[in-house]
Write a protein that binds this ligand. Sequence first.
Ligand SMILES: Cc1cc2nc3c(=O)[nH]c(=O)nc-3n(C[C@H](O)[C@H](O)[C@H](O)COP(=O)(O)OP(=O)(O)OC[C@H]3O[C@@H](n4cnc5c(N)ncnc54)[C@H](O)[C@@H]3O)c2cc1C
Length: 459
Amino acid sequence: MAQRASSPVTLLQSFRHASTGTTLEKTPSVSSSIPKPPVAQKKPSAPAHSVLSTKTLLRSLLVTTISSHRALLVPCLSILSFLAKPRGFLLDVDRNPLIHWTLKKSFYDHFCAGEKETQVRDTIHQIRSTGLRGVILTYARETVQDSGANQPKFGHNQVSRDDASIQTCEYIDAWREGVLKTVDMLGDGDFLAPKLTGAGPKVTQAFSSGQPVPTQMVNALDEICQRVVQKNARILMDAEQHAFLGGIHNLTLDLMRKYNRNGKAVVYNTYQAYLKSTPATIASHLQLAQEEGFAFGLKLVRGACMASDPRHLIHDTKHDTDSAYDAIVRGVLQRRFRGVAEDRFPSTGLFLATHNIDSAVAAHNLHQERLQAGLPTVQLEFGQLMGMADGVSFGLLQLKDRENAAPGVYKCLTWGGMGECLGYLVRRAAENRDAVSRTKTEHLALKAEVSRRVRAVFR
Ligand SMILES: Cc1cc2nc3c(=O)[nH]c(=O)nc-3n(C[C@H](O)[C@H](O)[C@H](O)COP(=O)(O)OP(=O)(O)OC[C@H]3O[C@@H](n4cnc5c(N)ncnc54)[C@H](O)[C@@H]3O)c2cc1C
């Protein structure tokens, strides 16, 4: 990113130390011989993970111990994948109390918010008490992609029925009910993160064929948006497999037209930086927002469907995806993106959903530099998944600005029954396996925090 030399170095250093559990006071300054960074920082007095309760800290340590050792993680992943398929009573995670308890106390409680509303509300309360701005809440019921085939299938809790023979679609109804229940749990400023393919085959077929979704779905979304607005919350629509993406984007743009009024982005589309086409897609959606006068909600991710999306649509290397991600962030923060000029740039909310330290800190730096220099920019917020990258979330909180305000950082929480959440748990475990070095860094930071607390007891 185009920044003053001292700023990224200092902030990134600060961040890395925060995320590995050491305090800044012990860090030799790398910037003593160079000018002070433009962004004032209050030195954090405690390591990033010090905000975690001891119970959460120990559970996180257990899960990252498993996740950072292949010999432990691979069998766990196999067991989770095995249980995720429909099984008889003895192996049913919702009916066998022993399996249910074991999973609940380990992976489920680490990655998921709760099975019932009271548990979810408790989790949200705990998250907020750590200083995070709020939560992104999502309901786990969703379509699952068979690793062998590319046809979407439905979770084993869904009742199979011939949709063509009925007036209202039970899948859409069940999805609507679950999402509305989720909206009820949102607090002021929180986000809802719906997965539109969870609404069943009529919706996924409409997305993949380019047809309009059923009116029942449009009405359900309208009701959901109205309730979200009443709660002063916002919506981050998930990006899914490429086959559905055009349909999801168009439907969400319609909601932006209706709900993103008076310069406030309430509804956000998600854009996957690993797709070569994404910068052009963002530019055309920005153009629409500018021409039609609605605020633009842009959630940016790298992309999670590499295993199922056509490879040729995705950047050839990780480095190319990283460059694309950072270039999009830079352009949007500077309000100059592929011909959409600064003076006509629509009011935009930029939400970076990432566990990547470098991208997050670079974005924060550029945003702060522009604010300090009085240059126009957009609203910037960050999000990480519950149970992952706590060092990133709490490290970002320590990068305060001159007014001592922390950036807006949110945790993304998934809630639902154990059976409904198993597919999600398998994906999280697999993601930990694939991000080995980050999992190890997180594990070391947690270990350091445990040692610090033990030493404090004996001091
Ligand atoms: C709060 C939150 C919400 C999310 N919502 C969505 C969503 O709606 N839709 C969605 O698809 N994903 C979503 N994700 C997941 C996201 O897309 C990434 O898979 C995940 O966050 C890892 O990427 P990263 O930016 O954290 O960083 P990193 O770990 O640095 O990047 C890993 C990513 O780089 C890319 N990559 C890896 N290897 C290659 C390669 N050889 N060539 C090209 N690219 C490569 C992949 O996208 C991979 O996931 C979400 C993540 C978070 C934290």
